[in-house]
Ligand binder design. Sequence first.
Ligand code: FEO
Ligand code: CA
Ligand code: CA
Ligand code: CA
Length: 598
Amino acid sequence: QQGGPARGAVPGTDFAPVAPNTQDAVVIPEGYEQGIVIRWGDPVLEGAPEFDFNAQTAAAQEKQFGYNNDFAGLIPLDAGGRENLMVVNHEYTTETHMFPAYDENNPTEEQVRIAWAAHGLSVVAVERERGGGFRPKPSRYNRRITLNTEFEVRGPAAGSDLLKTSADPAGTKVFGTQNNCSGSVTPWGTVLSGEENFNQYFANADSVTDPVAKERLARYGLKGTESDRKWERFDKRWDIAREPNEPNRFGWIVEIDPHDPKSKPVKHTALGRFKHETASIKVAEDGRVVAYSGDDERFDYIYKFVSNGRIKGGTSALARRHNMSLLDDGTLYVAKFTGNSPAGEIDGSGKLPADGHFDGAGEWLPLASGKKSFVPGFTAEEVYVFTRLAADAVGATKMDRPEDIEPNPVNGRIYCALTNNTNRGSAGNAGADESNPRVGNKHGHVLELDDDTTGTKFRWNLLLVCGDPNDPGTYFGGFDKSQVSPISCPDNVAFDRHGNLWISTDGNALDSNDGLFAVPVDGPERGKVKQFLTVPVGAETCGPVVTDEVVTVCVQHPGEDAEDPQNPTSHWPDGGNSRPRPSVVAVWRTGGGEIGRR
Ligand code: FEO
Ligand code: CA
Ligand code: CA
Ligand code: CA
C-alpha cells in the first residue's frame, strides 16, 4: 500500500490506494475483503455440470458461464439490493488457455462449438451476502446467450439487402452476438452491449475482388484468408467467400431484456455498425433518450443517437417494450472536436497550452435519420451498415481509441476513456490535436463532455492525460501530481453514487498490472486519481460496478501475455499449476460498510 498524504476525504474515495505491482492476485486496499462471484465454466443454468477443464463439452458450455468476461451490469430486484441480476459479456475466446490440448491449425469441431457457446452473455441471479459479496443462485432468470441464440434485427437497416444471407433471406434474423465488450444497464432495466472486434472471426476477405466491397471490408479490418480460429471449416457463415454479407450482421449494439428470459434479443441498426465498445443512455429533459457510443479503433470516432420517441418511466414489461423501441427510431450523429488553443501550442508532448487546458467546442454531425441519409453518396442503409465510411466522409475527428463512454448521474457530463494510440503522429497518420494531444499516445486520456443532450453542440475538456505523474506530459485535472496514482490505458468508466468516476484499465504501459481507480471530478480533489485494486498478471480490469457497499470487477484474460500461449503467466484464481479462468470478483469492506468512506 502507499501511505502518507494520498488519503482523501471525498466520500467514495477515502481508502488507502494500492501501489502498482505485478502480483498474480487481485490486490485490494487494507480493510477490504474479496471473493470470486463466478468463474468461466461455473454453472449458470439448471442441469449445468460442474466445470471439468479436462472434459469440457459444448453442451456443458451452453449452460455454464462463458469465457473472457468484460462488461458486468447489476440490476437490483429489490430496494435493498439483496437480490440482483448480474449480466455479463463474454467477449472472446482464448483457445490455448481453454483446452488441455489445442492445435491452432486443426481445432476439433467440438472445440469450435465450445467456443461458440463460450461467447455472448450470461444472466446470473446473485444474492448479496450480508456484509460480503455476491453469490450466484439458481433462478428462473438465469440465461445464456451464445452464438447460437436467435436475435431480431431492428431499426432502419433491418431487411436491407446488405444484411441478407442464404440462412436469412429476409435480413432480419441473426444467430448470436460476439465480441461483446462493454455495455450498460438502461434506465428501463435492460442491457445494451457492444459488438466490438467481430472482424477477427471471418475468413477469406481476400477472395473479394469488387472494389466497393473490398473497401468496405478493409475499413472494418476484415482481411486475409483462413481465420485464426478456423470456424469457417464448420459453418460457412464465417467464410466471406460463401456468405459475403454475414460480417455485416455483427458490429451492432444489442439489447437484451434480462427480466424476461424468453425474450428475443435485439440488434439495433439505428445506432450504426462499427466496433462498438458500448452504448450508454442519458435521458433528456424532454424524455427523449440519447445513446453515446465509441468506436474502439485507432483514429476512429465517437457517436451519439438521439431518439424521436420519449421514455416511459419505470421498468415494467410495458415500459421495457416501449423503451426498447426508442432505439429503432432517431438520428445518428458523429462527433467533431475543435480546440480553443492555437494549433502551434499543441506540440504532441502533452504539454498544456497557454490557457492551461486541453479544451474546446464540438459539433455533432448528422449521418442519418430513419430512411434519410445526410451523407452525400450514401443511402441511409449504407450509413447504418458502413457507418465508419459515412463518418469519414463528413470529416469527423479521429480519436485515440474511444472505449467506454457514460453519463455521470450526478453532474450530467459525459466521460469517455480514450485508451491509447501509439500510431498518433506516425508516418501517414493524423498528428496531435487538442483533443488527442500526444503523439505516440501510449497511456491514453479521459475526455469530459458537456453536451447539449439532444442538440448538436458540446463543450469538451480532457480530465486526465494518463501516465506516470512524474512524466511532464501527463495531466490529472489540475490536481497535485505528487499525490495521485499512476494510471495507464483507461478502458471502462463507471460512477459511484457520489458521482466519482471509476476507471478500469487495459494494457497498462507502466510495467505493472492493470487495475481500477477512483477519481473525483468536481470539487477541490478533481483529478486526484487513486488506485483501488490491481488484477492478476496479464489480465485487464473491466466491467466495474460500484454500489454503496460492493465493488465488482471482471478480470479478463489473466495470463494472456505469455510468450508461449500454452504456458500462461497466470494461474489465477484456482492457483497451483491450473490454467487461468476469467472471473468476476466482488470487493467489500471488512465487516461491511460503505466503499471509500472511513
Ligand atoms: Fe474490448 Fe475496446 O475493448
Ligand atoms: Ca485550450
Ligand atoms: Ca474494453
Ligand atoms: Ca461503463
